[in-house]
Every structure is written in structure tokens, then in C-alpha cells.
Design a binder for this molecule. Sequence first.
Ligand code: ASP
Length: 587
Amino acid sequence: MYRTNTCGELRLCDAGKQVTLAGWVQRVRKMGGMSFIDLRDRYGITQIVTENEDLNAQVSKLGREFVIQATGTVKERQSKNAKIETGEIEVELQTLNVLNPAEVPPFTIEDVSDGGEELRAKYRYLDLRRNPLKKALQLRHRMAHEIRNYLDSQNFMEIETPYLIKSTPEGARDFVVPSRMNPGQFYALPQSPQQQKQLLMVAGYDRYFQIVRCFRDEDLRADRQPEFTQVDCEMSFVERDDILETFEGLIKTLFRNVLGKEFNEPFLRMPYAEAMSKYGSDKPDIRFGMEIHELTPMVKGHDFSVFDSAEYVGAICVPGIAGYTRKQVDELTEWVKRPQIGMKGLVYIRVNADGTIKSSVDKFYSPEDLKAIADTCGAREGDMILILAAGKKKTQVALGSLRIEMGNRLGLRDPKVYAPLWVVDFPLLEWDDETSRFYAMHHPFTAPKPEQLKEFYSDRKEDLEQVNANAYDFVLNGTEVGGGSIRIHDAEIQKRMFEVLGFTPEDADYRFGFMINAFKYGAPPHGGIAFGFDRFCALFGGQETIRDYIAFPKNNQGRDVMLDAPSRIDQIQMDELCLASTVKKEE
Ligand code: ASP
């Protein structure tokens, strides 16, 4: 037996026991004739002490991260350390055995390390020894465990689906895998197991889930991973509310069992249209107010051409910033002009602490006009109203981004405060001007609202734009954590959907023939949802970035810097796969 105990479990009540511990040397200290070792493993740190001359000599040869085995007697410590759980005891060393020496690690294995991100990524196995990452992975494990428990208690079956499949239409690019046995042909890695889980419903497995890896070859925006994990679920014989209730139960169970937080009230359900008009986002952060107010009718007709020519004028009222300097306002103006936001300028109204109102458009609006706007926005003394104008959706989205920015600046987005909600009633389709065609807002298997089938079969773009989907997102603190829908289970409606999306019948048949076919053999009404597991864990951990919650993540360029992947393969492999590269060989 290598050890009798872990480095995290000995307490005062163990005093007098003979124990053997094994782990990594965190630190060695000498004080007079005494040596101390902080011995670390996954469970904690235990102090080991000796006054013996021989043992002192052995201890002095230990370096950081040596793997050792230490036998000794547990005793009460003279100077206790309240910061660690084993801080009341130490182990008086009797025998020391070096299991494996270690080179000096390239960065310190401490809670706050001196290593830069790239270096720590390269030595991920060393970084994973640090407490913050250990805690993150422990939380992830706990979450997975609770999810399995809850879903099992609700009769869900965990079923694995294949990774080598055919393209899934989730809107991203596929990662593809060449097939050696079928030269010139490729598998696609799943963007989600969408089709398989629906086929499992056709097969009669009426409650399915899987904690499953998904792959999306997207241009990596900050904090996205090319492979990520979903909690993927599907249910039969359900309507939307059955699904929302089942998964609200899951989320509340996670809050309770992982974070000790109770949510007694049902989660808010906000229609997409309301989320857009009030928050300028389909994933509103409702931890703070600062809602958007439409001003279009009240500001027109004052000879201010910017507003007169705009389709939409809207505002947010930011509390307590009436005292912003000219420079600060200019900086905000630059912020809204950034290409990501794309506004031409920013109009402000200051509601000063003394009750006077001052704006950047005083020339066009009387004090009464400005007062009326301030009242519409619910402004109080000390607040500043920020106004944007342009096309409706563009302005709402820009105001939504400005709102989040101001929320961040004012410290209104406390990661320890949780504000969950469902966003419901998404549009079914999204028109894309560039390609002049509709895209499915969720995915092509999402059902239109049954009462809107007439519009769904209409040839007019305006009618189709009206159609809402039976789709929903779960949103937590301004982040979309989950999304799903009631599915189409009727082969004819599914065919119509492919037609609306611009697939020729041959195309639809080539890509999704098996689905349409399966729907002919008794498909039950069904629907489901998938949660982004990495993001869910990060939010529960109170962190913005998901990387810490993944044992071996990729960097922002989609690279695994530890393995140095992706990398070239040799010519023999290329030949076997009947592949040729168009990239010139590096010298
Ligand atoms: N497959 C969907 C997704 O990955 C989720 C769902 O509709 O269940 O977003």
C-alpha cells in the first residue's frame, strides 16, 4: 500500500496514529534544526516535520514537485494554520522514500502562479495541479454527477451516439474526417447529436440524454472551443411546457445541490420580441435594470435630421453618471462607433444632481421636451440618458451592448448573483440579405407554431418572417446556456421546411433522406434541449472563461499547445487516405 491516508484528511482526532502519505513536495523549509515539508495531493496539503539529523539531510535533498512517500506519526501542531483543513496537525517523519525526483517546474504551482498563459497551457498537467483548476474540475465533476442523478430519477436513459457521422445542420462548419476505406469520402464530426436523438425518439426511447462532445469549426471568438460538451436531451409525448418544467427542475436541483441556492419561484419566461425590445438581446442579463426605452415617435419632427431620418430611436438611462466628464462621454461615443457596434454617434441627456437637464441636442429640443424624454426613461437626478438611432434591430442590439458595457463599468454584474430565465417564442426563420434566403434560426428540425401553419406554407417572405418557432433558450446572467425546441415530426412539414430553406428535393434527400424516411414509420411528437456544459460549469464557478473548466482545452487559435496539434501527417498517411495538400511544404 502506497499510502494509508490522503494529504487532505488528517485531523486532531488522528493524533497518535502511524500514517503513510504520498504526494508532491509543495515546499521545503528549514528552521534551526527542524525541517518542514508541505506535502500535496489532490485532497490537500499536510505538513511533515522532522528534527532528526539523518532525516533532515534527506529532506534537504528534496526539490519542488518531487514525488515522495512519508511515514510518521500524527501529532498536534504547535503553531496551527487555520487556512488549511489539516492545519491543526503535522506528521512527525520516520521514513522518507523518494518515489520520483522532479525537475524544477517551469512555473510555480501556487494558487496565483508566476507562469504566463501560454507556458501554463504547454505544461497543462502541471497547471492542473494548482488549486483553482482542481476546484474547477471538481465542480465540473459534481455538475455531471448531479445531472446524471436527476435525469436518471426522471427516467432518462443515457445513450451514446456516434462521432463519425454525416453533416449536422447547426449552422457552423463541420470538422471532417477522411475515410481510408471509402477513398474520397468523409465523415463529419457531430455539431450536435440532433438527428440521432430524434431517431432515438422514433425508436421509442422516450427520454434520452447524453453528456456529449460536439465539434464546430467556427472562427473562434473569445472563449469558444472547437470541441465542447453538451448536456443533450430529448423527450417524446411532450409539449413545450413539459420540457421547460423538466429542465427547470434540473437547473434548480443543480443550484441547490452544487451551490446551495434555492429558487422557489418559477423562472421568468420572456418572449423573444420583449427581450429584443427591452434588452436589445436574445440573452438578456436581468441582474440589473437599465432597460431600453423607445423614443421614436416623441423625438421626431424637431428638425434634428439624425432622429428624423432614423427608423428607430431608443435610449437607456444609466444611473449616477450625470457627472461624466466631456472626455468620458467622448470615449463612450467612440465606443459605440467601434465596428462591432457600428453606430454613427451618441446623443446624451444629463439629468444633473440639481435637477437641471443638459443635452447634446439642446438646439433642437426645449427643456420641456427633454424633461418628457427623461420621464419616459424613468431618469432621476444624477442619471444620464444615452440615445442611439438607426435601423430598429441594429439600434436595439447596439443599445443592448451599451447596456452590458455600462453594467460592467458600474459593477452591476456580480458573478455570484444568479438571474436565470427562459427566452421563448423565437422566430422560426431568419432572412439573410446577402444570400437572399432564409436560414433556420434554431435548426431545420424545429417546428413552427401549429397555429401559424398557414403562414408557413405561404410563398410570401413577409408571411414566413411572421412565423414563430416552438423554440426556447435558457439564459443565465446574459449568457445563453441552453437551447432547444419542439421538433417537426411530420414528414410533410419537414419537407416543406427544407423547401423554405432553399434545399432542392434532391439535396434534402441526399442530406436528410434518412430523417424524412424515419418520420414515415411512426414518429412521436417530441422535443428537446441541449445545454452548453462547459459554460454552465464556468457560470456556476462564478467565472467568465470556460477554459479552466476543461481539462485539456484549445487556445484561441484552436490549437492544443501541449500536444502541438493540429499538425501535419506524413505522406504515407496522406496517400492511404487518398489526400493531397494544396499547402506548400514549409522549408
Ligand atoms: N441540437 C441543438 C443545439 O445543439 C439543441 C437542441 O435543439 O436540442 O443547439
